[in-house]
Design a protein around this ligand. Structure first.
Ligand code: GTP
Ligand code: MG
Length: 201
């Protein structure tokens, strides 16, 4: 395997949700422009890492094509994305873990590389995107050495990824509101957008 473009960085694709706004469908497997949403993410991130994790709570056989390893939440009943992050931090083999949601097929490598460069500046602190002041905790890089603190947050009852990451000192990488790369396809209506992927290098 060639050297990963983001050295020492595991990647966690979050696809463990209920998909309620999508009528209960497993959102990562819903098709957009002829392919499952997760396939677009996989194509973008696969060359970046030597440790690609995917968090799912259903359809493991289908998801196995899109990751090196699958993980699931410890608790049943879709306890929320922080459960996936927590399991990811426990499984990740590298010093950092990049977190991404499964429903953002327009995300590109330059943005992920910017997030990574920002993480390198202060290696012990998480970084998350912020759209003109609105934090986006599911677009983040977390030092895996902070796992015990995130876990302690969870054990104390915290379920918000944002509050958990702020608790461990997260800082922001600012992007413009409406950056098309962050388009989040949560509903059947939004799936109709025909954004172009351009080149993903
Ligand atoms: N592991 C895990 N991931 C989750 C869970 N809930 C949401 N996610 C993931 O977190 C990301 C953001 O969540 P949403 O966009 O709200 O997705 P969702 O929860 O499946 O959709 P809704 O039910 O419509 O809210 C998606 O990539 C989800 O797959 C969960 O309980 N466990
Ligand atoms: Mg949700």
């Amino acid at each position: 395997m060639p050297d990963p473009l983001l050295p020492s960085c595991s990647i966690l694709l979050l696809a463990g949700g209920r998909g309620q706004r999508m009528g209960g469908q497993d959102k990562g497997l819903v098709e957009w422009q002829g392919r499952p949403l997760i396939a677009w993410l996989h194509e973008t991130v696969q060359p970046l890492t030597d440790d690609l994790l995917l968090s799912c709570n259903r359809n493991r056989a289908r998801y196995s094509a899109y990751a090196d390893r699958l993980i699931s939440d410890e608790e049943q009943g879709f306890p929320g994305p922080l459960a996936g992050i927590r399991s990811g931090l426990a499984a990740a083999r590298n010093a950092w873990m990049l977190v991404l949601p499964c429903d953002t097929p327009l995300i590109d490598r330059p943005l992920l590389q910017s997030l990574y460069q920002t993480a390198l500046e202060e290696p012990d602190r998480p970084v998350m995107l912020s759209c003109e002041g609105q934090w986006e905790p599911l677009f983040s890089i977390i030092p895996t050495g902070r796992q015990a603190e995130v876990d302690a947050c969870w054990q104390s009852g915290e379920r918000s990824p944002l509050r958990a990451l702020l608790h461990v000192g997260a800082r922001a990488l600012e992007v413009h509101r409406g950056d098309p790369r962050l388009a989040n396809l949560n509903t059947p209506e939004l799936l109709k957008i025909t954004g172009s992927r351009g080149t993903s290098s």
